[in-house]
Design a protein around this ligand. Structure first.
Ligand code: HMG
Ligand code: MG
Length: 306
């Protein structure tokens, strides 16, 4: 009986809960203190990369309106990367002032989604990123690139893997050090995810790719296993599975960090994350947001404080 031999020995988890998770919270604006405490708790649990804020228009995404205050409030831990989303020069300026360690630019492989999300075409979005990337690099700030809707678009439907690959290639050529492949609405299934990755991997080495899978249809863990088997070793996750995308109707949160860590532990893939502390954080944030348990693993492992 053959076991897969291509599994990586370790994986890097990019925690996006404080940004991708909280940006989509309905209702009242979440207090800055809660966002700051969430980030501190996550780094205490061993997360070494936390996407902490988003310097976007507060008219478009009200929950991220206190990005500068959040960045100023964090208890910065050595060795941790605190990153921020920056759609344009104005966003980058805010991120630089706030001493973000890294920034991320974001576009999509579908025209319609790009239009709804950042109000321009894919081509225009890439042009907009040129000065953002150049200026970030002049400040010694690395730039990550997101490509959304890689496994389907809420407006355009199926997206050809070659189209995904072409946008990823452009982002890499422009200076992004890593491309995060976003299944924004979580419609992918494992074979589809594998085929998409194969097409992208023809253009881009595996060690420059990350998976950013939302869990709308409960497929994210299966899809992740499929791409990890191909050798992909950077995974974006959101504690408690918080979130969604405000410009992708019906999109639920990213795959829960604790679900992914549990799976990777079982596969013998190192993450450096303390699952118990992470689960405590999951219970804490869902409590703050007035919700039940955030994920299957958080529910199964229960609360330690009760
Ligand atoms: P626009 O309306 O085309 O641009 O928005 P604009 O330049 O005309 O600006 C409009 C207003 O926003 C102006 O204010 C600007 O000053 C202000 P007004 O004059 O009306 O008072 N503005 C800003 N304010 C603060 N920070 C800024 C900024 N820029 C302009 N950086 C823009 C274009 C890109 C700004 C807008 O469309 C926007 O902010 N979009 C944000 C969309 C967003 O954040 N989406 C969610 C994140 S992406 C995601 O979740 C997907 C991902 O997780 C991957 C995946 O799952 O696939 C990454
Ligand atoms: Mg997302």
């Amino acid at each position: 009986m053959g076991m897969p031999t291509s599994l990586p020995s370790s994986a890097r988890i990019v925690e996006v809960g404080p940004r991708d998770g909280l940006q989509n919270e309905p209702g009242d604006i979440i207090a800055t203190d809660v966002k700051v405490e969430l980030i501190n708790r996550l780094t205490d649990a061993g997360l070494s990369y936390v996407e902490s804020a988003s310097f976007v228009s507060p008219k478009w995404v009200p929950q991220m309106g206190d990005a500068a205050a959040v960045m100023a409030g964090i208890n910065r831990k050595p060795g941790v990367t605190y990153a921020a989303l920056t759609p344009n020069m104005r966003g980058l300026e805010g991120a630089i002032e706030s001493k973000a360690d890294e920034v991320a630019v974001f576009t999509a492989s579908s025209e319609a989604f790009t239009q709804k999300n950042i109000n321009c075409s894919i081509k225009d979005s890439l042009e907009r990123f040129v000065p953002v990337i150049e200026t970030a690099q002049q400040h010694g700030i690395r730039v990550r690139g997101y490509v959304s809707t890689v496994l389907g678009c809420p407006y355009d439907g199926d997206i050809a893997p070659e189209q995904v690959a072409a946008v990823c290639r452009d982002m890499l050529d422009m200076g992004c050090y890593e491309i995060s492949l976003g299944d924004t609405i979580g419609v992918g299934t494992p074979l589809k995810a594998k085929k998409m990755l194969e097409a992208v991997n023809k253009e881009i080495p595996m060690d420059k790719l990350a998976a950013h899978f939302h869990d709308t249809y409960g497929q994210a863990l299966a899809n992740l296993y499929a791409v990890v088997e191909e050798g992909l070793a950077v995974i974006d996750t959101s504690v408690a599975g918080l979130g969604g995308c405000p410009y992708a109707k019906g999109a639920s949160g990213n795959v829960a960090t604790e679900d992914v860590v549990y799976m990777l532990n079982g596969l013998g893939i190192e993450t450096g994350i303390d699952l118990d502390k992470l689960v405590e954080t999951s219970h804490w944030i869902t409590g703050q947001l007035g919700r039940g348990n955030g994920s299957k693993v958080a529910l199964a492992l229960g609360r330690k404080d009760k």
